[in-house]
Design a protein around this ligand. Sequence first.
Ligand SMILES: [Zn+2]
Length: 362
Amino acid sequence: MSITELEQRIAALAPEARAAAERIYAVSTTTGTLVAPDEMRPWIEKLFGSVDAVAAQRIVRVTDRVTLEGALFNDLRAKRPMSVPEKSGAEVAETIRSTENDPFCHPETGTPADDFGRISGALGVTASNVAKYDGYHGVLVFNAHDPLAPMDGRAIADHFATARRWAEAAFARDPFAPYYFLMWNCLWRAGGSIVHGHMQMTTTRGMHYPKVERLRRAALAYDAQYRRDYFDDLWLVHDGLGLGVTVDGARVFATITPVKEREIVVLGAPGADERTIASGVSAALAALRGLGMVAHDLALYVPPLAADGADWRRFPPVARLVDRGDPGNRTCDIGSMELYAASVIAADPFSVAAVLQRGPAR
Ligand SMILES: [Zn+2]
């Protein structure tokens, strides 16, 4: 199964899932062509297998009409040449090892505390971020230095619980900032400035961060137009396409509008605590690491810590996990297209889903 067949796959869905897909997505397929001079043939054949493979390239464009997130898929791009040699996994492992005994290895003396002190979990302790994104900006420093150490559902749940306790402590200090956001930038390629494993938490005032608020509004508008739950329909489509798996009740799927390579989305039930999706997040992490992921970004979207007058009733805990590519590659994985137009994707969500579904049987 391939993303290039997405239009046919949607057409073949059962009626309810097909209707959901047609409500949410605009999908189109086009062919890009080129004419290669004979002099380029050996180079093209070496890199892409054959001249035919590049002479006519299938490109699938997917737009979520509700959120206006979109992706352009062309699997040929996975084979395109890179101008710098890729750093080996061994070099990343060496960097992780050589940074042991950094300040995060002794957070009590190596990191500042928040004005409410530190929150400790079984597997980590919080610190106050030195250069803050927002009024309260904390760090959850993992006990383990190695950010690539395996993390099962219980470990993720412990981190989520510690981070939430931090958020509640911050909210008690600043009751005008009920909007809590959790992120995990793993390694420099993903924006992490410290190698030692850590998540970050913020609370903010006024309204949730724009991308979270935009999703809430989009889902409400969808409900107002169709009398359907956007998140339920999102799952219906991905499950119908064979892109999803449920893990301890959480809906885990390789999205067809990934923000960048191999994005997996994890949805819980509306009103549920994010710990209910911890096993799902762990399964997503394990699947992507199984595909060679080293650097990743993870975000958690949850309703505010207290009622804010807006309708969050149908907003579930949402986690998004994305592979940021080889830390040894000097070519950045995002450019003008991703910043200003739509995401350009090489990895096929159907390949990601196959690995996700092969995970531990449940
Ligand atoms: Zn460390």
